[in-house]
Ligand binder design. Structure first.
Ligand code: NAP
Length: 490
């Protein structure tokens, strides 16, 4: 968008590319199909974008394969500087990216700005990492051979991203791939393609060579992705999304024994111990529960609160939840946007009804909002029994179930009683307890006295059915590198 244009919904939508980016060229789908993008706050269509066909998917992979050798041969500094320039441009264009995310995904503008800051940081972090890829040199134990290892780019990567963080889930894959020297085909979620299209345009403006990043927006998702995954020229699949889809993709990737990274669903426990600072715990609970309208893989899904502080915590938390302002994310003062679609509202309602039928009590909220858009009242439930479905399933909405405990060991046992293992939160003033419980929690990440763990400089990822692989931190770039060993006889 030209700097002279005033940013409004219509100027932004008009300025976003709506075609596929393949081999450096923007083009329509080969059969000229398009699909609509909806505003979840109104249910109205924002615009439509190219609907890639199977042939377009193959063209995108062709382009990534053709660009791979040249891209791998560029200087690390050159790759890093493209990322650094892109980081700066995203920050300069914060308002555009934020508005695009709010319109297509629903989160309030302030949160979208937060995602711009968080998402762009992956480019800054990996611009710095691009020049710090090291190998090793050693002498074999018998002294007769020199052992050299080098790190090389894995090769063309397919990236499939979800709708809940339209920018950050892209940048934390694209950043390390660019830094490592990999080319890629990116398939954003069909509900939120606009942010990725804006990002792709920005990267080309920053000098990313043709074919390094190819973007295919499509509603024919499985049809387009499966042939790419089964193509022997693809070297890696990285996926962020639901465990159910992740499982299918792992099966498909077995044929070519692809390198795979899976960032899947969560069911985060949030533990508040008797010695916790309750105000701080409530502050953390608001972040862990309400960031992204509860639609985050890291969202606190179950609250376990010690009986000594349960009443105070529940009352204060419910009051904070009741004071939130639900509405369209572009409206001033709104702190909670709509859920992504009608299906999401239906699922949250079902889980809530199930918990109430089994004996849970509603402290605040308790239903979807009538009228246009997919709004749900921020809700706190107490006395939630362990057999309620929401104790096992990802809620992905603004509902907080509280269960009271008396023993630390019970709390840990309940926290671990899930097939997921992405993140857990704990609040305590006792350092020994913080360490003891962190060690006992079967999770890839633990937040101690804080409700957010995401940080571009830290390794993000889960265990068990939350997936494998890490994004961000020193580990993030390793996912895009192979180790080659060269043995040199003397
Ligand atoms: P989803 O339904 O699994 O979709 C994620 C992506 O996969 C979308 O781009 C989707 O495309 C694509 N997809 C769906 N079916 C596919 C198939 N058969 N083959 C290839 N691609 C396919 O998940 P979601 O509802 O968008 O996102 C929410 C989930 O993501 C939650 O479970 C959340 O916990 C998880 N998540 C995890 C992390 C993490 O880092 N661990 C981060 C964010 C979200 P379409 O849009 O076209 O369907």
């Amino acid at each position: 968008m030209s700097p002279a244009t005033t940013l409004t919904q219509s100027t932004l939508i008009a300025s976003v590319p709506k075609q596929l980016l393949i081999g450096g060229r923007w083009r329509d789908a080969s059969d000229l199909e398009t699909f609509d993008v909806e505003d979840p706050a109104t249910g109205r269509t924002l615009t439509s974008v190219a609907n890639a066909s199977v042939a377009d998917g193959r063209d995108a992979l062709d382009a990534a394969v053709a660009a791979q050798a040249g891209w791998a041969g560029t200087a690390p500094r050159e790759r890093g500087e493209i990322l650094r320039a892109a980081y700066e441009r995203i920050v300069e264009r914060t308002e555009e990216f934020a508005l695009a995310m709010t319109l297509e995904m629903g989160k309030p503008l302030a949160e979208s700005r937060g995602e711009v800051a968080y998402g762009s940081e992956f480019f800054r972090w990996f611009s710095e990492e691009s020049v710090r890829v090291h190998g090793q040199w050693s002498v074999s134990p018998d002294g007769k051979t020199r052992l050299m290892t080098m790190r090389q780019p894995v090769g063309p990567v397919l990236m499939i991203t979800p709708w809940n963080f339209p920018l950050a889930m892209g940048t934390r894959k694209i950043g390390p791939a660019i830094a490592a020297g990999c080319t890629m085909v990116v398939k954003p979620a069909q509900q939120t393609p606009l942010t990725m299209l804006l990002l792709a345009e920005l990267l080309t403006e920053c000098g990313l060579p043709d074919g390094v990043l190819n973007v295919v927006t499509t509603s024919r998702t499985a049809e387009v992705c499966e042939p790419i995954i089964r193509d022997p020229r693809l070297r890696k699949l990285t996926f962020t999304g639901s465990t159910q889809v992740g499982r299918t993709l792992v099966e498909q990737s077995a044929e070519q024994l692809l390198r795979v990274s899976m960032e899947l669903g969560g069911n985060a426990p949030f533990l508040v111990f008797a010695d916790a600072d309750v105000d701080r715990a409530v502050e953390g609970a608001m972040l862990a529960k309400m960031r992204n309208i509860g639609e985050a893989c890291t969202a606190a899904n179950r609250f376990y609160v010690h009986e000594a502080v349960a009443e105070e915590f529940s009352r204060t938390f419910a009051a904070r939840m009741a004071a939130t302002v639900v509405g369209k994310g572009t409206k001033k003062g709104v702190t909670v946007g709509p859920l992504i679609d009608a299906k999401a509202v239906e699922k949250v309602t079902e889980l809530l009804d199930d918990a109430v039928a089994k004996g849970a009590r509603v402290l605040t909220g308790g239903q979807a909002q009538r009228g246009a858009g997919h709004f749900f009242q921020p809700t706190v439930l107490t006395d939630v029994p362990t057999d309620a479905r929401m104790q096992k399933e990802e809620i992905f909405g603004p509902v907080a179930p509280i269960t009271v405990f008396t023993d630390e060991s019970d709390a840990v046992r309940m926290a671990n009683d899930t097939e997921f293992g992405l993140v857990a939160y704990l609040f305590t003033a006792d350092l020994a307890r913080a360490l003891r419980v962190s060690e006992a929690l079967e999770y890839g990440m633990v937040g101690v006295n804080q409700g957010v763990v995401s940080n571009p400089a830290a390794p993000f990822g889960g265990v068990k059915q939350s997936g494998f692989g890490r994004e961000g931190g020193f580990e993030g770039i390793a996912e895009y590198l192979e180790t080659k060993y060269v043995g040199i006889a003397l």
